[in-house]
Ligand binder design. Sequence first.
Ligand code: BDR
Ligand code: CA
Length: 324
Amino acid sequence: MPRLPIVLDVDTGVDDACALLLAALHPDLDLRAVSCVGGNAPLDDVVRNTLRVLETAGRGDVPVGVGARRPLLEDPVDARHVHGSDGMADLGMPVPTLTPDPRSALDLLRDVVEDAAAAGEPVTVVPLAPMTNLALFARVHPDAFARIGRLVFMGGGAQISNATAAAEFNVFHDPEAAAIVLDACATHGVEVAMYGLDVFYDPLVTDADVEGLRALGTPVADLAAGLISYHHRRFANAGATIGDAGAVAMLLLPDAVTTERLPVRVELTGSWTRGRTVVDTRDWSGHLDHDPHGLAPAQVHVALAIDGPRVAELWLRTVRGEVG
Ligand code: BDR
Ligand code: CA
C-alpha cells in the first residue's frame, strides 16, 4: 500500500501527542508537516510540546510550522486544567533540541499541499485543534486550499458536547474558523470528515496496557505510558481515550469507523449554543419548502460509531514498535 501523505494541525495537548506518535511512527503514513495553533495550551507551549514528541519519535525531519496564537475573534481560553500546566501531562521532559521551521504555518501548509498535489498525491490534512490556521489558510492561500486531497478534523459532535452543554472544545474555541473551513471545503469541493465526540471517547487504553508500555522501556513507550496514565489519574478511571489519535487511526482503519454524509453548520450566534456543530440528521432528501435555512452547503462524512478496541489496539501496537 502506498504511504498516505498527511499533515497534522495540533494544539499539543495530551491526546494530540498520542496522535503525533501514531502519525510519526506508522509506516503507512507519510507525515509531511505539522502546524501548531493555540488551543489546549498557549502557542509557545504547543510548539515546545510538539517538538518534544517528534524528537522522542526520532522524527526531526518533519517540519513544524508556528501558526495562530489566538482565535479569529475571541480571546484564547486554554484547557490546561485538562492537559496539565505545560499542556502535555507535566511529564518533566527536557527542552527539545529541535526548532520550528522558519516558514509560518500558513506558508508551510501552502508548500506541502502544493508540492503533494503537483506530484499527483494530494495530501490529507488532519486538524486536531481549533481550526484557526486552516481558516487563515483558506483565506490567504485559497488556490492551495483547493488542492487539499481530503480534510479529516477532530471536532464537534452530532449528539455529545464537552466545553459547554452545546459545543465541543475545538469548535467552541474558534467557531468562525470552523465555519470558514467547512464553507471553503464546500466551495472548493474538498472532501471533509468529522471525527467528533460521538466516537472520540471510545478507543480506550487501560492501566494494564500502560504497565506493558512501561515494561518495554523505550522512549516512545515511556512517553505513551506517561500520557495515558496522566489521564487515568486526572479522571480517576482505569481506561483513557487516545482522543485525537482516533482521527489519525481513521485514515488507517476506515472500516472501523461508521460515517454518514450529512449537512453540517456551525452555530455562531446562540447565547448558549455558540460553537455547536448542527448536524442535520433529518430525512432531508424529502421536501424542505418549509425550512427557512435549507440544507447546509457543507456535506460532511460524520463519524457516528467506532470499533474502539480495534482503534486502540492499532495505537498500542504502533507505540510498542510492533507495526512495520
Ligand atoms: C479536543 O479538545 C482537546 O481537549 C483535545 O485535544 C481534542 O482535540 C476534544 O474536545
Ligand atoms: Ca487537540
